[in-house]
Write a protein that binds this ligand. Sequence first.
Ligand SMILES: [Zn+2]
Length: 468
Amino acid sequence: MQCQLGCPQLKGLASKAGIRVLLDRTRNLHSPKRCSVGLAQHLWARQREARHGTNPSTRMNTSPASLLQSQPVTGSIRLAIIGDVHSHWYEDDAEALESLGVDAAIFVGDFGEEAVGLIRRVADVHTPKAVMLGNHDAWYSLTAWARNKWIMSGAAKGDAVYEGVVKQLEILGSDHVGYTGKAFRAKSGAHFSVVGARPFSKGGRSWTDVEEFYRHTYQVDGFDTSAERIAAAVTSQPPDSVVIVAAHNGPSGLGTLHHNICGADFRPKAGDHGDPDLEVALEHVEAAGRHVPLVTFGHMHEKLCFGKKTRNMIEIHPDTGTVYLNAAFVPRVRHIKVPASNTNSNGDSETASADETTPAGGQGSKAITAHQFTVAEVTDGLVTKVSSVWVGRRGRKGGFEVVARKELLETVLDQEGQGHYVRRNIWRGFDRVWESVITRRRTTLGTGDSTIGRYVDAELGSVQVGTE
Ligand SMILES: [Zn+2]
């Protein structure tokens, strides 16, 4: 890996940004024991080596001839990502979504327990969309334990256990992107594709309990086969198309702590609950020259199982610059207190802090009902802004508007040094601080021979560029 630490451009950029660039990259590694803020890149690399032992590009059967050459990409793309719905998709949610004016919506699953009726309402949404189904969408079908329990209850017999899954897939048709892709064109003219990872994932490394389901539904016999299917779906997209990967559960390799983006918060010993097939697939497509700027998913909820703290919902890969975005803000419909007036003394529209939300159905206030969407902006193949927004009606007959928001990623400096580097701040929900990350900016969809580094000061005081 080429070292960029002596680069004057980077030093100048960091100086303007008010952060210090370490001259020895080996000192630039976060230790999970002393720092819960950053993604430990050494942990990432160590896990990968321990698991695979070889260059990921050598592990798959995808023919190099099938890998497409990178092309420059320009134009902006705005996406609304709908995290785990868990029954919270109502009559006016489609209108709330349309009010955002995005180029496409990405649903990352867990609508209900094989809730076919709710899926019909999602299928009727007019906003261009891509859907990934989650483990709750195969609630009675995914594992032998669940199937047997359902049959024993007398509610289903034999193959009928798969009926709910089949119906949902039929209703969604080409909108469901599991193991495949769907092409879109943004208002800017930019082409992009949303490619789905393994549908119905419940996370973790156990294949035995889901073996029959995936063989029956997708003819997939293990994580390796699944990784190949995902990688092939990405690399088969047109070369001038920005590829966004959607999954129900995120990839492994993003940390083993409770509050990491795919960390197992439901058990005391924590651990990495990410999907190993997705991690391998993403490594493969990057090594093969296809860059994925955004991987979005849900499943592991923002609110941690124990205590009152929240999960880190966004990460930037230290080597590739890929943004990983967990959109599982649950429940996604809440009562929220908003300012009485639409405008403040400066004439600016006022919004509430998204942290003032309480779950819908709560006691007492005159709060309005707000619907959560995670909005991501991808500009020239780079994720430049991510916000968690709450959309509601201030008046009884008013239209939807953003009534609260919380920024999750902001691009602070961009075109410095002819745009070779980009500094992005990401919100660390667990520690409630911002972390600044500088990566080498890509000018094409592919990786080429560029090397991206994570240049953040290991001293926490310098890493934090703002707190609430
Ligand atoms: Zn789930």
